[in-house]
Structures are given as C-alpha cells and as structure tokens.
Design a protein around this ligand. Sequence first.
Ligand code: FAD
Ligand code: PYC
Length: 412
Amino acid sequence: MAFALLKYGLGFGKFERQFPKQKDLKDSYDVVIVGGGGHGAATAYYLARDYGITNVAILERGYLGGGNTARNTTIIRSNYLTPEGVAFYDESLSLYKDLSNDFDMNIMYSERGHFTLAHTDAAVRTSRWRAEVNKHLGVDSELVFPNEIKKICPQLNLSEDVRYPVMGALYHPPGAIARHDAVAWGYARGATMRGVELHQKTEVTGIKRSNGKAVGVETTRGTVNAGKIIQCVAGRSSLVAKMAGFKLPIKTVPLQACVSQPLKPFLDAIIVSGSLHVYISQSSRGELVMGGSTDPYGVYQNRSTLEFKEGLMAHMLELFPFLGEVKILRQWAGMADMTPDFSPVMGETPVDNYYIDAGWGTWGFKATPVCGKRNAEMLATGTVPEVLKPFRLSRFEEFHQVGEKGAASVGH
Ligand code: FAD
Ligand code: PYC
C-alpha cells in the first residue's frame, strides 16, 4: 500500500481517472440538472442507469459535492413523525443499505442506532407518538428509558442531578452514518461512466422561458437548451427559483458543525438532544462529529462563529462531561433552506418542464437516494411518483403541510 502510494505520488504507474475529462458544453441536452451535490448526481445516476437517459448535463457552480453534501453531519434515519415523511425517508434508508454494492465503492455506511433524547414530559410524549407512527409503518423505533439507554450508551450522563435530566429517548436501531463525499462521488461516477456530463465551475445565471415553459439555461459558459430542467441547489433554492420566475416559501439560514481531534472509539450510537441543541456521532476516524441549532439570522454566508462553538461545547459537556479536554479540529457552516413545515419541496413547479428538489433545510443528506431515484422517474415518465406527491409546492396554498418540526433533530 505504502509503495503503491509512493509510486503514484512520484507520478509513476497508471492513474485511472474517476471521472471523464470535462468537455465543452453542448448546445442542448434532454435534461439539465442544476446543482452537482448528492441530489443532482443521484438524479443523473438513476436517469442513466434505470431509464437509459444519458444526454444529461449536471451544471455545478463550484465542485462536485462541495455544497451541503460536503458540510453535513451525515445522519441517516427514518424515524419521522408523519406517515408521508416516514415512508419517504424509509425508502431512502433501504436504498442506502445497498449503495456500496451499487457503486462498487465503499460509502462506509455504518449502522449505529440513533437516540433522540427526551428531557421533558412533552418530549417523552412526542417520542411515544413517533415510535407508534414508525412501528405502524414497519420502522424499528421504540420509546426507551434511562436504564435501557445506559446499556447501549454507558458514557452518556444519565444523572438526575443536572439541568436537564434525560427522562427517556426515542431509540431507532437502523440510524446510521455514511461517508458523504463517497455518496456524491459514487453517484457522479456511476452517471458519468454511463455518458452523463458533469460540468463543474459552471454556474446557472438564468432560466430561459418561452410561452410559460422552461427551454434552457444561461450559464457562465454560455447558453444551453434543455428538454427538461431540475434544480437541486440546496441552500440557494430561492435564488434559482426566482430565475425561473416563481417564489418559494423558504428562509435560508446558516447551520454550523464541527469535528474534534480523533479519539479512541467510545461512542457507537448517534446521540441527539433537541432541547440541548446537540447531535453527536463518532466517525470511523475517531473524530466526534457535532452540530447544534441553526443560526438565528438569514444570510448567504458559510462563516463559522465562536459563539456557536462555545454554546455547543457547553451543551456537549452536559451530556459527556469527561470530554472537557478534547480539542476542536475543524469548524464550518452550510446554508439551510428552511420550509414552514420542515419538509422538502419536490416535483412540478408553476413553469412547465421545470422541476424542483428543494427545501432541504437541515435534513436532506439522508434523502439523497430516494430523491435521485424518484426525480429520475418523474423526469423520465412525466408522472410525479406517489411518494413525492405530499411534498408538492402547491401544498402551502392548499393548507396541506407535512409537519416534521418535531422530528427535525436540530433545534430551531
Ligand atoms: P448540495 O450538496 O448543497 O448541492 C447543491 C449544489 O448546487 C451545490 O454544490 C451548489 O454549489 C450548487 N449550486 C447552487 N446554485 C447553483 C447555480 N446557480 N448553478 C449551478 N450550481 C449551483 N442532512 C441529513 O440528512 N443529516 C444530517 O446529519 C445533516 N446534517 C447537516 C449539517 C449541516 C452543518 C448542514 C449545513 C446540513 C446538514 N444536513 C443534514 C442537510 C444536508 O446537508 C442537505 O440537505 C443535503 O446535503 C442537500 O443535498 P443537495 O445535493 O440537495 O445539496
Ligand atoms: O436530519 O437527522 C438529521 C440531522 C441531524 C443533524 C442535522 N440533521
């Protein structure tokens, strides 16, 4: 291994490209996907693999998977609150389990068990409610109490002598984490090797319309015509929808996260406390991956703040007091497109031939496979799949919201 690395490092030996070289943009594509994150790449992958549609361009203003896909804490679960949400995220979880095989690339999918801690009577009630909805739909979730939590996570501070004692938890054994870059790379590699074009450093600056139909995009590298267009630009959804001529009920706020120095493995489970605004897991490298609540101001900026780190660490220490001497290694932020009901916006839009995959706030990494698969079905067949219908944009004017705030993990 060391020899092989040295050989490649010195430039000897054959290096196989993971992706074809970027070409010139063509004048026209059957499908243009705006945004080369996990969702955009997954949409291209299933279009090519399942429908043989390969005259497709993914247009990415930065680099592949460099948006929120690169910035998230990779928690994957399907223990939601509404039947629509549970069915949708559970389909994604099933797809995730097989992704390494699908890609022939290890996405390091690691099933850990997921605890949502309850520190109040109201939170215990919500946990019970979620457990019942989950079980009804075949999802493994259970309300558990401190003696059971202690068996699986003995490191957690379960003392009653703290500000917010743990009264119980929603335990979801299938809760998992995965390597986020591998998810984006696996999808993009699978798509490009089937003929899809990935164009990085190519920003969409306008949507061309004619007679109420989307017919192409303006980009920083010229104009491209398109049969169908889908926007998958988490964190910038309102800006791109505005180019297409419609408004989204979205507020965009920063969400920050950080990792610690690597530690010996001690934490198998994923721990979330909505009341304490903390979520934490330990990566296969030993780093603690941690995040808190969204920042309280709307701004398009990926800046990190000391205030976030101080607040998060104070809460972390309430749950794991022995981590006091641990150092933070890196800190970053992404942009979260928050919808009023904490559910995504998927499917058709007021503009013909223009589709949307948006409203991914703090919860969209886990949905990457189901979004890709169902977006591809919609683009290929022209019919919106049943599992996407509850998330249609028009639900806001129809008063049919899909309320998932109680299952969002992240405090708001
Ligand atoms: P992205 O990966 O953001 O991809 C969108 C791409 O579009 C970007 O690469 C961007 O550069 C590009 N783009 C934007 N505008 C244009 C344009 N005009 N032209 C061309 N390209 C454009 N979700 C979970 O499920 N679990 C978690 O634990 C979790 N933790 C999170 C922690 C943090 C700190 C953050 C910020 C988010 C978290 N999320 C989590 C949410 C999750 O990261 C996102 O919902 C998900 O990554 C969205 O994927 P995407 O492919 O839609 O977007
Ligand atoms: O959706 O589970 C989630 C999550 C955890 C942290 C951020 N998002």
